[in-house]
Structures are given as structure tokens and as C-alpha cells.
Design a protein around this ligand. Sequence first.
Ligand SMILES: C[S@@+](CC[C@H](N)C(=O)[O-])C[C@H]1O[C@@H](n2cnc3c(N)ncnc32)[C@H](O)[C@@H]1O
Length: 233
Amino acid sequence: MRIDIITIFPEIFSPLDVSIIKRARDKGLLELYLWNLRDFSKDKHKKVDDAPYGGGKGMVLACEPIFLAVEEIKKHNTGSLTILTSPQGELFNQKMAKKLAKEKGLIIICGHYEGVDERVKTIVDYEISIGDYVLTGGELPAMVMVDCITRLLPGVIPEEAKKYDSFFDCLLDWPCYTRPENFRGLKVPEVLLSGNHEKIKQWRYKQAIERTRQKRPDLYKLFVNKKGGQDAS
Ligand SMILES: C[S@@+](CC[C@H](N)C(=O)[O-])C[C@H]1O[C@@H](n2cnc3c(N)ncnc32)[C@H](O)[C@@H]1O
């Protein structure tokens, strides 16, 4: 997949140069391009923002450089979807990530300051928020989305490793342990040491259900409805 990010702070994106995302990029599974919005400014000082009409504090990212950037990127990332990061957008979640991971390509616009000129919305396919809080810019949301979408791309991590991740089938993941068996009196549950794969599978599934019931009653409700309305506790 190809993802292009439009930002006034391309230097922020180093977290996408490490670990699994780096390996995905090295293997060519993710092609990531950062575009500095200032390169699309026609202003001699490379200014990309201006004061809001109607008054008020804060600056607004202007239409023209964003339109020009998207038009240029679309020549390279053909058939891509354009996303505007915004606290007012549809909430990003695993379901949306799975849907976006099937796209040919994405263009992500990072707002900053007071946000972007409203007319930018005429050239975007999705306005996406990563949560009900306000960040200083769209760079962290863009990184969150790229990270989450990339690990879902075929070949990035083994299918088995993500099959039962949290939110699969409306459940949270089960508890995980590794060596040692006993750490300061905190013991690994016997069943995981039993070698009985069927028992382990059942235990994990039950644990996933129980922790979902305790931690996320909203998801648990969905799970129960999916299973035909029977409370699994
Ligand atoms: C300070 S915010 C602008 C907030 C805007 N004045 C409002 O209240 O809706 C600046 C930029 O950060 C990004 N941003 C902030 N919070 C976000 C969130 N929760 N999800 C996605 N993007 C966010 C957007 O790109 C936004 O244009």
C-alpha cells in the first residue's frame, strides 16, 4: 500500500522509521511519502496559514496549498482515498483500519493550529478522528492510523499473530505470559503449562470473554448479541 502524508512538520514522523513499520517499508509492503505543505505555498515566505475570517485567535491552514498538494500526490498515488485528520471526524477503530487496509492507497492531511479551511472538506473522502480529545496537530493521528493499518497489511506480521488481537469478534485479547513460570510468587496459570492445546484454547476464549465483560461492557454486549443474545458469563 502507498500512503502519502501532507504535513507542515515532516520531521515528526521518525516513529515510522523503526520496528515493524520500518520492516514493512523495507520489504516494500508499505510505501510512505511525506510531503511538506510549505512546498505547495505560492507565498514567498512559504506561508501556508492565515487568520480566520470573522476574527478570533489562532491560524487556519489555507485551501490552496492543500488543494495543490493533493492534486500533485494524486498523480502518483492513483486511486487513493483522501483522509482529513480532525477531532470532528468519524472515530477511528480496528474495523475502520481493516477497511482502510484494503485500499490501494491513502493520502492523509494533517491539520494544525485552529485546523484547516472548511473548503478542504470538498476534496476529502473521509474525515477521521482518533478520539474525543483535541491534539495540536494531525501528525500523531496520521501516525496512529499508519501504524494500525500497516500491521494489518498482508505479510507485515504473521496472520496467526493478529487473528485473535483485541476487537476480534468483539472481544479483547486473552492474558499472555512468558518465562519464568514463577516470578516473585506470581505464577503462570497451570493450564498454560499443561501442553493440552484444546484446554488452553478453551481457557483463553473464556478469559477473553470474561475480561471483555469486566473491562468493556459495551463490547461485551455486542459479543452477546452476535452469539444470539446468550450471556456467556
Ligand atoms: C487544534 S486541532 C483543531 C481543532 C479544531 N479547532 C476543533 O476544535 O475541531 C488542529 C488539528 O489537529 C488535528 N487533530 C486534533 N485532534 C485530533 C483528533 N482527535 N483526531 C484527529 N485529528 C486531530 C486535526 O488535523 C486538526 O485540524
